[in-house]
Ligand binder design. Structure first.
Ligand code: 13P
Ligand code: SF4
Length: 310
C-alpha cells in the first residue's frame, strides 16, 4: 500500500462507493474502532449485522463473529480483513469431539457461547453471549438439565449467579485465563479507590476480586457511569480506547498478566490492521462464505437467542 495514502480517507471513500458498513469489536486496535460505523460486544454486533441494509459488511473482529453475521444476513457480502483471525476459545471445542461427548447427556439442553464455530452452533439448542447468558439460562425451567459450552469460566460464573448446575465443557480463552490474581490484588492495595471490572471469561479466583462483572459493553457502561475515577480493567486491552475517549479524566489500569508478556492482548483480534481493512474493502476479499445447510442449522439456536434478547 502506497504510504502516502490517507487510509482513513480512502476507507471512508470505499464505504460510500460500495455501500459498505464497518462493524468492529471493542478489542480491535484504536484506529479500526475510530473508522467503524458501529462498535459493540458480540450481541450488539450480531444484532447490527442482522438489521443492516448495507451491501457489504466489513467485520473487524474474529472469524466466529463474521460467520455469525453471514448466518444472520446471508445476502450480504461479509468481509473479514484477515481470515486467520480465529479464537482460542472457539478452537477449544471441535464439533466432532463435542458431538461425541454430548451423547452422555441425552436429556440436556445445549447452551453454547457465541464464541464457537458454526459447526458447534449447529449442535446447540440456544446460543448466548456474555451479556445475555444469565437471562438465557433463566428463561429455562429451574429443573431443566443443561450443558454449557465451550467456556468453563463463563459457565461456572453463570452456575454461581443462577444457582444452576450446568454441565461444563472444558474450554477457555487464552487471553482471559492469563490474568494474575496476585498482581490484581496488589494493584487494588496500591489504588484503594479503584474498582475492578472484569469479563466473565476470567477464572473464578480473579472474578472474586471484581466489583463488577460483565460483557465488554456492560463493563464500558459501568466505567462510564460509575462515580469512581479509577478502574482496574480485567479484559483485553482494546476496551480501554473507548473508556478513555468517553471519560478522559478517569484512570484505567489494564490488569497485568502472569508473565511480563503482552498476553492481555488478543493475538487474533490484533491480526486486523487499518491497512488490511482498506485492502479488504478495495478488493472485496477475503470474503466469508459458508455452506447453506450448515448456515441454516447454525441459525436456529442464534434466532432463539435473539428472540429471548429482544
Ligand atoms: P463480548 O464483547 O461479547 O463481551 O465478548 C468478549 C470476547 O471475548 C469476544 O471475543
Ligand atoms: Fe477468542 Fe479470547 Fe480472543 Fe475473544 S479474546 S477472540 S475469546 S481468544
Amino acid at each position: 500500500v502506497d504510504p502516502s495514502l490517507d487510509l482513513f480517507e480512502e476507507i471512508e471513500k470505499l464505504k460510500r462507493e460500495k455501500n459498505a458498513i464497518i462493524l468492529a469489536h471493542f478489542y480491535q486496535e484504536p484506529d479500526i474502532q475510530d473508522i467503524a460505523d458501529y462498535i459493540g460486544d458480540s450481541l450488539g454486533l450480531a444484532q447490527k449485522a442482522k438489521e443492516t441494509d448495507a451491501d457489504i459488511i466489513l467485520f473487524a473482529g474474529v472469524h466466529f463473529m463474521a460467520e455469525t453475521a453471514k448466518i444472520l444476513n446471508p445476502t450480504k457480502k461479509v468481509l473479514l480483513p484477515d481470515l486467520n483471525a480465529g479464537c482460542s476459545l472457539s478452537d477449544s471445542a471441535p464439533p466432532a469431539v463435542f458431538a461425541e461427548w454430548k451423547k452422555q447427556y441425552p436429556d440436556h439442553i445445549v447452551i453454547t457461547y457465541i464464541n464457537c464455530s458454526a459447526g458447534m452452533k449447529a449442535l446447540s439448542d440456544i446460543i448466548c453471549t456474555s451479556s445475555n447468558a444469565k437471562a438465557i439460562v433463566n428463561s429455562l425451567p429451574a429443573d431443566q438439565k443443561i450443558i454449557f459450552a465451550p467456556d468453563k469460566n463463563l459457565g461456572a460464573w453463570i452456575n454461581k449467579e443462577t444457582g444452576r448446575n450446568m454441565v461444563l465443557w472444558n474450554g477457555a480463552c487464552m487471553v482471559h485465563e492469563i490474568f494474575s490474581r496476585e498482581k490484581i490484588f496488589k494493584l487494588k492495595q496500591e489504588h484503594p479507590g479503584a474498582l475492578v471490572i472484569a469479563h466473565p471469561e476470567c477464572e473464578e479466583p480473579v472474578l472474586q476480586l471484581a466489583d463488577f462483572i460483565g460483557s465488554t459493553t456492560q463493563i464500558l457502561k459501568f466505567a462510564d457511569t460509575s462515580d469512581a475515577n479509577e478502574f482496574i480493567v480485567v479484559t483485553e486491552t482494546g476496551i480501554l480506547h473507548q473508556m478513555q475517549k468517553n471519560n478522559p479524566n478517569k484512570t484505567y489500569i489494564p490488569a497485568p498478566p502472569e508473565n511480563n508478556c503482552a498476553c492481555n492482548e488478543c493475538p487474533y483480534m490484533k491480526l486486523n490492521t487499518l491497512e488490511k481493512v482498506y485492502l479488504a474493502l478495495k478488493y472485496e476479499k477475503p470474503e466469508l462464505l459458508m455452506d447453506e445447510t450448515l448456515r441454516l442449522a447454525a441459525k436456529k439456536p442464534i434466532d432463539r437467542m435473539l428472540e429471548i434478547s429482544k
